[in-house]
Each structure stands twice: as structure tokens, then as C-alpha cells.
Write a protein that binds this ligand. Structure first.
Ligand SMILES: Cc1cc2nc3c(=O)[nH]c(=O)nc-3n(C[C@H](O)[C@H](O)[C@H](O)COP(=O)(O)OP(=O)(O)OC[C@H]3O[C@@H](n4cnc5c(N)ncnc54)[C@H](O)[C@@H]3O)c2cc1C
Length: 410
């Protein structure tokens, strides 16, 4: 019998398994897939140390009307899904009030600021430096007015959180980014963020590192989890696995499993799509095309375009409208080339209404632990909340740990 069962081998699960292993525990990692395929596979690959403030729900009526009428490429929604998520969205709206968002950002910024430092030893030990760029992330603004507002926000981030950036006129940025066909209005270059040319490969390399260090990884169905007299048991392809403690790190699928154990987790599913293009010129660094709601990054498979948030059911059919619109808009800035033929990928950002990941002890079960709900930045935050959960399980307490604790938030 192992000590700890970690369910889910996305970036959050593998990082948690590594952190617990580093503390000397015997850990079994279980996923239904033999390699990373879900949210941690298809994202934009940015390790976002600049993301000190999580995405709030806009509270001004103009933006909400634009979302409601489908006029913004940032957000789309389906009526049925919107209705199902309404209680969680209402809480999200309330947590997005300025004073509450400032409180949440004080916690969140302490997570994102250490994220690259937490990835660094794992990247090195996994031999994955060639996949990583430390040259930052850009935000490209097409409208002068939105650029000027962003420049003021970037100055505020420098003063408030110590996050450095370069604020550049569009022509100056075009001179250093050969892939751009024309100059945008302006660019914020967050020069401390990192990016990865293959997020799925990095997650799998962390999983391989865990195995190399003596960890056990099995294919199995987390839905078979049940409590036993001694702890927890789950079915795998190699038979039943028993462990004293269980960590739920199933990303967007965590609420489904936990419902069976009496938890109603108010998660908001923000689906995103990606597509790859055979662009002739690679980008120096990834960028967010702010006015069109897409991120574009040069990856091993080609130029990857990722879309904004679609509020749809977890399993509803693929409708990559935002991706298609965003890619069409990008063509005025870049030579994207032809779309590479592949099955349409999508994944759901697992977002909590208070924008913080759910990290800590399960409120109703001894020896069950949560680590999910990382929203827009789970690829960034996996190693950070993995370490924090290992500390929590070892009995450490701190203000930040109390801020993430499930008991106070459910
Ligand atoms: C389009 C898009 C772009 C994004 N870009 C970024 C970015 O640039 N930077 C960033 O930091 N974040 C980004 N994100 C967010 C980030 O990808 C997620 O927050 C993160 O991947 C969540 O990781 P996870 O390990 O919690 O979930 P996942 O990666 O989804 O892992 C959950 C795992 O659970 C497994 N699982 C589920 N059900 C079962 C079951 N019944 N039995 C066994 N296993 C099961 C799945 O197979 C999966 O491996 C983006 C997300 C999207 C959708």
C-alpha cells in the first residue's frame, strides 16, 4: 500500500506528485491517459509570472452587453451552459468587485511571482531547457486608446507588484519582431515571463522525472475511487491501487468526481480551442492579440493559436468559432500560412468563482486533499501549488495557505 494516490496527471497532478515524492512519500499517480492530452497539453504554454491579478468578470454594462450579444471574441456562451453555471457566475461577479478582487490579487500575485522559480529545477532535472524561452510574453494592442490604458496598468503593476515590462510603440516592436507584417498601435512586453514550445511534452517530461525518481504511474479511472477502512482505493489497468491518502488533481473533471462524495464545487468551465499553422516566420516570443482575444505562439508543431473563453458544457461538441475569427484577424498582422490538418483540440480552463485554486484538505473527509481549479494559469502554477499542497500535508500553515483552503471557500 502506497502512502499517497494522486489522481490526474496534468501539470497540477504531476507537479504535486513530484513535490510529495521530494518529501520522501511513496506516491502513485493515476490518469486515464498514458500521456498528457487535456488542458495541460493544448494551452498557450506561457508561464505567466506577469499574471499578478486573475481575470475578473467585467462589471461594466458595456462589456457585459458586448459579451451577451456575442460581439467580443473574448467570450462566447451557450444558453443551457450559462444557466447551469449561473450560481457560480453570480459568485464570480461578486468576487470581481474591486475591493474583493484586490484582496484576491494579493494572494494570487504571491503564487504567480514564484512560478518560474518553481518550474526551473524541474525543467532542468527533466532536461527540458530547450523547450523553454525566458524572453517573455507580449500584449499587442491594435487600438491606441487600449494601448494607453494598458501602459498605465503596466506602470501600476511595476509599482504594486514589482513586475517589469517594456512599453513600446508599434513601430519599435515591429523592428524587433520580424514576423509582424505591420505595426500595431503599441505593445507591452512582460519580459520576466517564460514560455514553452510544447506544454504537453513538458508535462510528460515531469511525469517521466517522477517515474525516474522512483514514482509509480498507472492508467486508471478516477471515477472508481472509493473509501476503504485503511484509506482509498482506485481501479487501474494493473488492478486495484490502495493508498492511505488521496489527492484530487483532475482539473475540470474534479467536481464530477467530488459530487459523489457530497461536494458541490461551483466551477466555471471556460473552454478554449487551439489550431496550428505552418507560418513561414517563427515568432520571437508569444503574444496576446488583445483586441481579438487570441494568443499566438511558435511551437514544435507550428504556430499555435489559442482562443478565449467559451462558456459551454464540458463535453459539448466542438465549435471553434472564436479560433476561426481570431486566426482570420491575425492574418492582417502575420503570415500565418495554412492551417495544419489535425483533429480539433479543445480544453476547459477550470475556474473557481473566487479566481483562486482550491488547495488543501477536503472539508468532509480525512486524508483527502484538493488541488484543482487553476483557471487561466494552471500550466504556470502547477509546481507552485504542488509544493504548497505538500507543505500543507506536512502540517505547515501560513496566510497564503489559509487563503487557498477549501473549507473557508465552499
Ligand atoms: C486554450 C487555453 C490556453 C491556456 N493557456 C495557458 C497558458 O498560457 N498558461 C497557463 O498557465 N495556463 C494556460 N491555460 C490554463 C491551463 O492549461 C490549465 O489551468 C491547466 O492545464 C490545468 O491543469 P490541471 O492539471 O489542473 O488539468 P488537466 O491538465 O486537464 O489535467 C487533468 C487530468 O485529469 C485526468 N482525468 C480526468 N478525468 C479522469 C478520470 N476519470 N480518471 C483518470 N484521469 C482523469 C485527465 O486525463 C487529465 O490528464 C490555458 C487553457 C486553455 C484551455
Amino acid at each position: 500500500m502506497s502512502e499517497i494516490l494522486v489522481l490526474g496527471a496534468g501539470m497540477v497532478g504531476v507537479s504535486t506528485a513530484l513535490a510529495l515524492q521530494a518529501q520522501g512519500h511513496s506516491v502513485v499517480l493515476v490518469d486515464r491517459h498514458s500521456s498528457c492530452r487535456e488542458t495541460s497539453y493544448g494551452n498557450a504554454g506561457v508561464i505567466q509570472t506577469e499574471a499578478a491579478e486573475p481575470y475578473a468578470l467585467p462589471r461594466n454594462l458595456t462589456t457585459l452587453f458586448r459579451y451577451g450579444l456575442g460581439l467580443s471574441n473574448d467570450v462566447l456562451w451557450q444558453p443551457g451552459a450559462l444557466l447551469r453555471m449561473m450560481p457560480a457566475l453570480w459568485r464570480y461577479f461578486r468576487h470581481s468587485a474591486p475591493a474583493e478582487h484586490a484582496r484576491i490579487s494579493r494572494i494570487y500575485s504571491q503564487l504567480t511571482s514564484r512560478a518560474a522559480d518553481d518550474h526551473a529545477p524541474l525543467v532542468d532535472a527533466a532536461g527540458m531547457r530547450p523547450l523553454i524561452s525566458t524572453d517573455g510574453l507580449s500584449e499587442v494592442y491594435r487600438q491606441q486608446s487600449s494601448f494607453e490604458q494598458a501602459a498605465r496598468d503596466a506602470e501600476r503593476f511595476r509599482e504594486q507588484y514589482g513586475i517589469s515590462s517594456r512599453i513600446l510603440e508599434g513601430a519599435a516592436y515591429r523592428a524587433e519582431e520580424p514576423a509582424l507584417k505591420q505595426a500595431p498601435a503599441g505593445v507591452i512586453h512582460w519580459n520576466q515571463s517564460w514560455s514553452c514550445r510544447d506544454p504537453g511534452a513538458l508535462t510528460d517530461a515531469y511525469r517521466a522525472l517522477f517515474i525516474k525518481r522512483g514514482g509509480v504511474c498507472r492508467q486508471g479511472d478516477a471515477q472508481s475511487l472509493r473509501q476503504t477502512g485503511k484509506g482509498w482505493c482506485v481501479k487501474s489497468e494493473n488492478g486495484s491501487i490502495e493508498a492511505e491518502q488521496a489527492v484530487i488533481a483532475l482539473g475540470p473533471w474534479s467536481p464530477q468526481l467530488l459530487r459523489r462524495f457530497g461536494y458541490r464545487i461551483p466551477m466555471i468551465y471556460k473552454r478554449g480551442y487551439h489550431g496550428h499553422f505552418d507560418a513561414p516566420v517563427a515568432l520571437k516570443r508569444p503574444f496576446l492579440d488583445v483586441d481579438n482575444g487570441v494568443v499566438v505562439a511558435s511551437m514544435q508543431k507550428g504556430m499555435r493559436v489559442t482562443s478565449g473563453a467559451a462558456l459551454v458544457g464540458l463535453d459539448s461538441a466542438a465549435k471553434p468559432i472564436q479560433l476561426e475569427r481570431g486566426a482570420a484577424a491575425l492574418r492582417s498582422l502575420l503570415d500565418l500560412g495554412e492551417r495544419i490538418d489535425e483533429p480539433q483540440w479543445f480544453g476547459s480552463r477550470p475556474c473557481m468563482p473566487d479566481m483562486l485554486p482550491m488547495v488543501g484538505a477536503a472539508p468532509k473527509h480525512q486524508s483527502m486533499w484538493f488541488n484543482f481549479g487553476h483557471g487561466h494559469q494552471g500550466f504556470t502554477l502547477g509546481p507552485t501549488t504542488g509544493q504548497l499542497l505538500a507543505e500543507i500535508m506536512a502540517g505547515v500553515d501560513s496566510e497564503i495557505i489559509r487563503g487557498l483552503a477549501p473549507a473557508a471557500r465552499l
